[in-house]
Design a protein around this ligand. Structure first.
Ligand code: 13P
Length: 259
């Protein structure tokens, strides 16, 4: 099965020139990878330039661009917001929704996230839906927290739209650290089973098996192999390492070579 490796550039880099440079370095590698789908999610303002360059390539299916967010309305008086159609028209096929940084700094609630997921899926955009706990407690309450995030995020969404859904498990405590502080493969493995069980309750057995679950939180070349081999996930959502082409390309090659 193909792996999905998504780059979340967050609010970086500071110039289009730098963005193009990083992107082109990554593009050199993705064209050779048959077993990996790579998605770069840059800030909105770089999408026109990067989306354009991807759609002109014959290998466009192995390298795609995505947005880091969208608004839930199609159009109207919503100053500063960006619609699904706008990003689709710029070549984006994916969107990250519900990232913990948006939940924390922009006040996104499960209800808002649910509306965004609904709009994106209805319009055929692939959704990378982020969930993750702030901390773990020995009583295991964090498991209910994750379950609730998933159930509220997917509430009222038609089953037939779930083919375009990807769940990104990103424990907040593991984000933005060094590779050694990432979650360990065993925990991720257990969490991926747990998430699949939660999905089973929502979408049924067959569909729940096919939904991709990816991991994010301090993925670096050093831990990528063991996390992918033993973590039971189908890919990664990579933050800081995705802005360093040398490191991101190493992660892509590891994903390509995983048995
Ligand atoms: P880091 O890889 O920098 O920990 O970021 C993870 C993340 O938040 C990706 O969405």
């Amino acid at each position: 099965m193909k792996k999905l490796i998504v780059a979340n550039w967050k609010m970086k880099p500071s110039s289009l020139k730098e963005a193009k440079k990083i992107f082109n370095e990554i593009k050199k590698v993705t064209s050779k990878l048959k077993k990996v789908d790579t998605v770069i999610c840059p800030p909105f303002v770089y999408l026109p330039a990067l989306g354009d360059s991807v759609s002109k390539q014959t290998w466009r299916l192995s390298l795609q661009v995505g947005a880091q967010d969208i608004f839930y309305e199609d159009k109207g008086a919503f100053t500063g917001e960006i619609s699904v159609m706008m990003v689709k028209n710029l070549g984006a096929n994916y969107v990250i929704i519900g990232h913990s940084e948006r939940r924390k700094y922009l006040g996104e609630t499960n209800e808002i996230i649910n509306k965004k997921i609904k709009t994106a899926l209805k319009n055929n955009l692939k959704v990378i839906f982020c969930v993750g706990e702030q901390e773990r407690d020995i009583e295991g309450n964090y498991l209910y927290f994750i379950k609730n995030e998933i159930e509220e995020g997917l509430k009222g969404i038609s089953r037939k739209l779930f083919k375009n859904l990807i769940i990104a498990y990103e424990p907040i405590w593991a984000i933005g650290k060094k590779g050694e502080d990432a979650d360990n493969s065993e925990d991720i493995f257990q969490m991926s089973i747990y998430i699949r069980r939660v999905l089973l309750g929502i979408v049924g057995k067959e569909l729940s098996r096919t939904i991709f679950i990816i991991y994010g939180g301090s993925v670096e070349p050093e831990n990528a192999e063991s996390l992918l081999k033993e973590g039971g996930t189908q890919g990664f959502l990579v933050g800081h390492a995705s802005l360093v082409p040398k490191n991101f390309n190493k992660i892509l090659k590891i994903a390509q070579n995983i048995k």
